[in-house]
Design a protein. Structure first.
Length: 187
């Protein structure tokens, strides 16, 4: 299907229009925006990315993108060079958004690294925790990847954001963390 919608590949244009710096590592760290179907990379980085970590809900495209982004070698091209076909066996979706203001806002939430609302703090904390847990597993398996050993900085980032969240929303955050504790959720 050909989509007349916004896509992930439109986001950098919107960010540049707002004169926002784009830190792809930070963005990919918090949300997998990479699509393997649209990637190209030099053979020279194969030793940095292979073997791919095999973890539940962690995809090779995210791994490749993070490794490239941490070295400042990841970039979105806004040119439409192929048609992205969606199908029922899709591992990951969510690359297309309605061409409305609401669709554009939903797309841009992936790239919002500066939380302002209760829900945006909650979302970022959840993403950081997810990636921290994944990174700890990768570090423990340590297959000789140069990307490993970032879990401490992720934990520091998580702790700082959690403190900021508690200061900005003292009552709501206390209730959330208490409810999570009662429900047995990790925080």
């Amino acid at each position: 299907a050909v989509h007349e919608k916004y896509s992930l590949w439109d986001a950098p244009v919107f960010l540049k229009e707002k004169e926002k710096n784009i830190d792809y590592f930070e963005i990919i760290l918090l949300c997998n925006i990479a699509t393997g179907a649209s990637m190209a990379f030099r053979a020279a980085i194969k030793h940095e990315i292979i073997p791919f970590p095999v973890l539940k809900d962690y995809h090779h495209d995210e791994w490749i993108a993070l490794n490239a982004a941490i070295k400042g070698r990841f970039e979105f091209l806004n040119d439409k060079l192929f048609y992205y076909r969606t199908h029922q066996e899709q591992q990951v979706g969510g690359v297309f958004f309605d061409k409305t203001e609401e669709g554009k806002a939903k797309l841009m939430r992936f790239f919002d690294l500066e939380p302002t609302s209760f829900s945006s703090y909650k979302r970022l904390l959840k993403r950081l925790l997810r990636f921290y847990e994944i990174n700890v597993i990768i570090e423990n398996k340590n297959q000789g990847h140069t990307f490993c050993n970032t879990s401490q900085s992720i934990k520091e980032r998580y702790d700082a954001l959690k403190k900021e969240f508690k200061n900005k929303f003292p009552l709501k955050s206390r209730i959330l963390f208490l409810a999570d504790k009662i429900m047995g959720k990790k925080r």
